[in-house]
Structure formats: structure tokens, C-alpha cells
Design a binder for this molecule. Structure first.
Ligand SMILES: [Fe+2]
Length: 193
């Protein structure tokens, strides 16, 4: 289950009022990139859009590190939106291991155990992969070239696990192949709106 576009936008707006920041524009860009890539690949564009809008919704609780992934998952599960909830948890983990997360793992030991279990039990599908990809290319102003964006993250956090880097490039190739054209041309010109 996942909400309709109107409801998803209302959830994002409310979250943005609680914790304003560029993450809201990043979510809008991620959503539109996801919609375009999904449509180019014969996937459900509306579903991809909604999942993109909500992937960072855990930021409604404030400025946090990897805790936003678990917070978003719990929030959307409570609302009954399991298909959107899973992207909250897995969008930062294209490599399906908690230790490849970038940023502070600001959760309790119990939450860490729960997060790890949830993550390792998931079977990623193409909507999960798409969420991971668009999170990696969406800046607040619009999409960026993936390697530039990853380099920017690497500079800010001081590290970027090589296997995660490679996995993201692999996701780019996977969707480009599926669409029959480079994703950079599909998402060109996307704006946060
Ligand atoms: Fe994100």
C-alpha cells in the first residue's frame, strides 16, 4: 500500500513545516526523477513518484542521521503504507548492510538490531532500486551527475564505501539499459515542483 499523490504531497508539506530544509526540495526532485525513469522503463510512474516523495519523510522529526530511515519506516508503517515505508528504510542501503550507511547511526542498540533485521530480510525490487538511484542523483535544485553527487557526499562525510559507490553506478546502468537510454537524458531538466 502507498498513498495517492495528493495525500503524499500533504504528508511532505506537513513534514516540511515541522522540519524545514532543502530535504523537501530534494524529495520533490527525487520523486519526479523516479516518475520519469519508471515510465521510461514500463513501471508504474505514479507509484514511483509517491515513493520518491516519501523516502525521506522520517526527517519530519528533526535533523537526524541514519535514524531518519527508521523513523520514516515506522511512521509510514503506522499509516499502513508498507510499500512506501520500505523505501524509507532501504534508500540509503543499495548495498544491503547497515555498515555501508553514510552518516551517524543515531539509534539505540535495540533499534540498530531491529533496523539490521528489517534490512537484511528485505528482497529488493525495482521500486526499491529506483528509490536508491534517485536519492543518489537528486539535489535540492535538480538532478546532478551521479559521480559528482557521490564525490560531494564523500567530501562532506570523509568517506564513501567503494562497494556502495560501485553499486550506485551499477543501478544507473541497470535502469539505463531497461529504459534503452541513459538516465541522465531522462531526468534532464527536472525541477523541485
Ligand atoms: Fe533522500
Amino acid at each position: 500500500m502507498y498513498p495517492q499523490i495528493d495525500e503524499a504531497r500533504a504528508l511532505l508539506e506537513e513534514a516540511g513545516r515541522r522540519n524545514p530544509g532543502p530535504w523537501v526540495q530534494h524529495s520533490l526532485v527525487a520523486a519526479e526523477c523516479a516518475r520519469r525513469i519508471a515510465e521510461a522503463c514500463g513501471m508504474n510512474g505514479e507509484k514511483a513518484y509517491v515513493l520518491g516523495l516519501l523516502h525521506d519523510i522520517g526527517r519530519r522529526y528533526g535533523v537526524t542521521g541514519l535514524r531518519h530511515a527508521l523513523d520514516g519506516y515506522d511512521y509510514l508503517m503506522e499509516l499502513g503504507y508498507d510499500e512506501a515505508a520500505r523505501i524509507c528504510l532501504n534508500h540509503s542501503f543499495a548495498v544491503q548492510r547497515l555498515d555501508t550507511g553514510i552518516g551517524k547511526l543515531d539509534v539505540t542498540p535495540e533499534e540498530e538490531t531491529r533496523m539490521n533485521a528489517l534490512l537484511t530480510e528485505m528482497q529488493y525490487d525495482d521500486y526499491d532500486r529506483l528509490g536508491q538511484l534517485v536519492d543518489c542523483v537528486a539535489m535540492a535544485e535538480g538532478p546532478a551527475e551521479m559521480e559528482k553527487r557521490m564525490q560531494d557526499v564523500k567530501n562532506r562525510y570523509g568517506n564513501y564505501p567503494q562497494e556502495k559507490w560501485d553499486k550506485h553506478l551499477e543501478l544507473g546502468r541497470y535502469f539505463s539499459e531497461k529504459a534503452g537510454k541513459p538516465i541522465s537524458t531522462i531526468i534532464e531538466g527536472v525541477k523541485p515542483e
